[in-house]
Each structure stands twice: as C-alpha cells, then as structure tokens.
Design a protein around this ligand. Sequence first.
Ligand code: E4P
Length: 224
Amino acid sequence: MLFFIDTANLDHIREAAELGILDGVTTNPSLMAKEGISGEKNILKHYRTICEIVGDGRDVSAEVISTDFKGMVAEGKKLAEIHPNIVVKVPMIKDGVKALAHFSEIGIKTNCTLVFSAGQAILAAKAGATYLSPFIGRVDDINWDGIALIREINRIYEIQGYETAILAASIRTPLHIVQSAKAGADVVTCPLSAIMGLFNHPLTDIGLEKRSEERRVGKECLRL
Ligand code: E4P
C-alpha cells in the first residue's frame, strides 16, 4: 500500500519525505487556502515546489476548481503541464466523469475525488480514473462505515478487473490507515499526525527505557 500525505504544508511534506516512506501527496483547495496560497501563479508555483520536494515518480494530486467539462479540461491541462508528477483531481459529478474519460484518452493521470458510494466507484473506473478517492472519515462522520466502503469497492474492482487504484482519503487516525490496509486500499492519503501515530506503542517506550537503564547499570558495573 502506498503512503501519500494529505496536505499542502511544505514542512509536513518534508518531514514525511525524510522518513523515507512517502510515495506522494494529495491536496485540495481548502488545504491550499489553509497555507495561505492563493492566485493562479502562486498556486502553480506551490505545486511545483511540492513536486520538487517529493522527487520524480511520486504522484501529486492537484484539484480543479471548475465544475463544467470545458473548465475542468482547461484547468487540468494547465496543472498537468507543471510537472510530470501532477495528477489531476476531478470531482465525482457528471462533467467530472466526462473529464476523467477525456484525460484518460490523452494520457493525463487523474484522481476522482468526493467519492462516497460503490456506484460512483464503478463510474470512475469505467471512465479510466487512475485513482479513486473514497472519503472514509466523512462517511464515518455521518455514522456510516467508511472502511466497509473501501472493502466493497475493492471486491467490485477485483471481480471486474478494474485497474483504478483505491486511494483511501479523509483519513483521520492511525487506525484508519491499518483498517484501510486490511480492506484492500492501494493507497492511503493521511495527515502527518495519522502517519506519526503509527509509531506509538507503550511497550516500545518501556523497552527503550529498559535498555537505557541496563546500559547505565552496565557502565556502573564496569566502573566498580
Ligand atoms: C484527499 O484527497 C481529500 O481531499 C481529503 O482527504 C479530504 O479530507 P477531509 O475529509 O479531512 O477534508
């Protein structure tokens, strides 16, 4: 399973990249706004910087703002020109599906976003989306089961032989990452906090403390 980070924050991207386990980045307009990035020139520049930080061959999703076919295609082409890492993120709406099919025909990679059902997942796969982003956290928020959705889509894609990669999005916790892996997600995109949460285990902390205590006692014995 690939690990993407879901942020436009350059420090977080650098920190995850330095861990040596980062495979890509996803962003959205709210995440860009959170970093105070606005205006076409600045947005394109920020995407280029992200691509340079993560290095070649690591996909970076950049979302279109338009909701009509023509607008999405024009925006998507502009985004794709920034860097070969760019994947055009398109919403799961009628014109979005048309745009996904168009991008797939002309060889531009895509990420279909705002996916909340198996039916939508089938449409995106039929349109040739590279990635499909079911939002598991937002499904959980309304008291449905986000992980069950990943499991269902995974089963359908296996039966039908669809090649679209399942990118579990809207991840809130380290447990979501583990559950997504078990449910068959090909990729998880998560905030840095969820990735860092994977490290935590009290027995690791106790083990480390024990080791340093043993080293301290060992040194004292040598001195005697
Ligand atoms: C990723 O591609 C999505 O934009 C993101 O995971 C949404 O997460 P949220 O539900 O926390 O906004």
